[in-house]
Design a protein around this ligand. Sequence first.
Ligand SMILES: [Zn+2]
Length: 185
Amino acid sequence: MHCPFCRNGDSRVVDSRSTEDGTAIRRRRQCPQCGRRFSTLETASLTVVKRSGATEPFSRAKVIAGVRKACQGRPVSEDDLARLAQHVEEQIRATGCAEIDAHEVGLTILGPLRELDEVAYLRFASVYQAFDSLEDFTAAIALLQMERTPLSGVRVAGPGRPADRPPPPAGGRGGSVPGGTASGP
Ligand SMILES: [Zn+2]
């Protein structure tokens, strides 16, 4: 590939190593003409299959664009959005799939968005899980409240029973929603 500094049409690889999580290879390159070094990052291409069947490369920018609307008026910064999109991409890549449905991308967004801002989460979920009644919202809010964990304090392994998880809201799209309501690690 050409040098980004002098645009010489050639460069050579001087070092090549896997990123920590093993999902990419970072190469250190040097331009034989100007001698300057730069890095490239090689990742498996990740394809999003849209409802129409058309495909497009996964794009963090599109994730951000989709979430930004739900975050209007909320205390969510551009950095927060960038981190969320990175998180979503990492989560998708960790599945090892080279292709993912656009709808699954939306569902993957739910987890990190919920941690970021619950109101934005509800707005986004109402679109992606196709809430069509007040009951859907009520159920989602009840689930949020039930699963809300105290910010501080050690979790006591007491006699409490494990949280009963209510069934997903009716009218949702299809049965299983992998990762839809799961909280992060
Ligand atoms: Zn150069």
